[in-house]
Design a protein around this ligand. Structure first.
Ligand SMILES: Cc1cc2nc3c(=O)[nH]c(=O)nc-3n(C[C@H](O)[C@H](O)[C@H](O)COP(=O)(O)O)c2cc1C
Length: 194
């Protein structure tokens, strides 16, 4: 798994959870490599309140929409996570240190529809500060988000022939835009570590 692709400037708040020193950042303080952070490190998307579920993602983005700091997700309708995002308009996105690679592999190859992926992957939910959906304990970087809108891909608007090749099952992604309500970063991690 890749190194970390962000730096950690001075934050506004800090607290210790278990053995982690977490610091809250304003969105404008966060420095990441947007093309690498998900593609190379992967992340755990958590959705659901009564039975939250972690799912591995590597496609997504970070930017500004409607004057808000927004996280963008792409989730296929075949995922249990898709159903959970339909039921409750909040999610967390959690970039994990390299030692969690096995857990990320597990959560990216097993559905939580009938199993508890937290237990199976050795993960622990951690209460969020602004939303009902938990973060993942041990995350190097977490986003707490409120879903603002969604939209399904229209294959009739794919302009390059290669794009359709991502959908042999015709399970076109649903795009979710989430307003970032809180960002938590592990003080111990700096770029190039691990
Ligand atoms: C590295 C990696 C990245 C993935 N990225 C995505 C993604 O961005 N969107 C998506 O819908 N599925 C993605 N997946 C597939 C889901 O993680 C996988 O189907 C998972 O088992 C779904 O879990 P769920 O049914 O509990 O939601 C990815 C899988 C891996 C291994």
């Amino acid at each position: 798994m890749a190194d970390f692709f962000f730096s950690a400037p001075a934050g506004t708040h800090a607290h210790r959870k278990e053995d982690q020193m977490l610091k809250q950042l304003n969105p404008s303080e966060l420095v990441i490599s947007p093309f690498d952070i998900l593609d190379k490190s992967w992340a755990l998307l958590v959705a659901g309140v009564e039975h939250p579920n972690p799912m591995t993602v590597s496609w997504g983005g970070f930017g500004t929409l409607w004057n808000k700091p927004v996280v963008t997700l792409y989730v296929r309708p075949t995922r249990y996570t898709w159903q959970l995002l339909e039921e409750h308009p909040e999610f967390t996105l959690n970039v994990m240190p390299a030692r969690f690679h096995g857990a990320l592999n597990y959560c990216g190859s097993h559905s939580g529809r009938h199993i508890n992926k937290w237990e199976k992957a050795g993960l622990t939910p951690q209460e969020s500060t602004t939303i009902a959906v938990p973060r993942v304990a041990g995350a190097a970087l977490s986003f707490e988000c409120r879903t603002l809108a969604f939209q399904d891909f229209d294959p009739g608007r794919f302009l390059q022939p290669g794009v359709e090749g991502n959908y042999p099952q015709k399970d076109y992604h649903r795009i979710y835009w989430g307003e970032t309500l809180a960002i938590w970063i592990d003080d111990a991690f700096t770029p190039g570590q691990e």
